[in-house]
Write a protein that binds this ligand. Structure first.
Ligand code: ZN
Length: 150
C-alpha cells in the first residue's frame, strides 16, 4: 500500500489556522483584560472593582467578565471596544449576556445609530492577517501594562 502524504498546501493551511487561532486567543486575553481594567476604573475610580454594565451590581475585578454585546461572524465585532463591557457572571453567563438591559444601556451610552452600525458590522466577515493580530496584541498588551503600573 502506498502511503499518501498530506499535500503541502493543506499542511500550510492547517498551520496557518492554528497560528491564527493562537493569536486570537492571545489577543482576547489582553483585549478582555483591558476592557475590565478600563471599566472598573471608569465606574469606581479604581481597577480593583467595578459596576456591571447590565445590572449595576458592584463586583471585585476578579468577578467581572468582558461581556460582548454582539457575537459576530468571523470575529468582526469581537475586538471592537464599544461592543464589550464589564459584566457580572450572572449577567454574562447565566443570563447569556442579559441582552435586553444590554441593548438599552448601549442605546443610552452610544445612541441608536452606533448600535445599528455594530449590527451591520456583525454581519460582515472580517479576516485579520497575522501581522494585524500581532499589532493588536502589542497595543492591548501595552494598554494593560499602563493600567497595571498605575
Ligand atoms: Zn450583572
Amino acid at each position: 500500500m502506498v502511503e499518501k502524504s498530506t499535500p503541502r498546501i493543506y499542511v500550510f493551511i492547517i498551520t496557518e489556522m492554528k497560528n491564527q487561532k493562537n493569536l486570537k486567543i492571545r489577543l482576547s486575553k489582553y483585549f478582555n483584560r483591558y476592557i475590565r481594567l478600563k471599566e472598573c476604573l471608569e465606574t469606581t475610580g479604581s481597577t480593583t472593582s467595578g459596576f456591571c454594565f447590565t445590572c449595576n451590581a458592584h463586583k471585585p475585578f476578579g468577578e467581572l467578565d468582558a461581556g460582548h454585546f454582539m457575537a459576530g461572524k468571523n470575529n468582526s465585532v469581537k475586538f471592537i471596544e464599544e461592543n464589550v463591557h464589564i459584566q457580572c457572571k450572572r449577567c454574562n453567563y447565566f443570563e447569556r449576556g442579559n441582552l435586553i438591559p444590554y441593548t438599552l444601556r448601549m442605546i443610552e451610552k452610544y445612541g441608536q445609530e452606533k448600535v445599528n452600525e455594530l449590527q451591520k458590522i456583525k454581519k460582515q466577515a472580517q479576516k485579520f492577517t497575522d501581522s494585524e493580530l500581532e499589532e493588536l496584541i502589542k497595543i492591548y498588551k501595552l494598554k494593560v501594562k499602563e493600567y497595571e503600573n498605575n
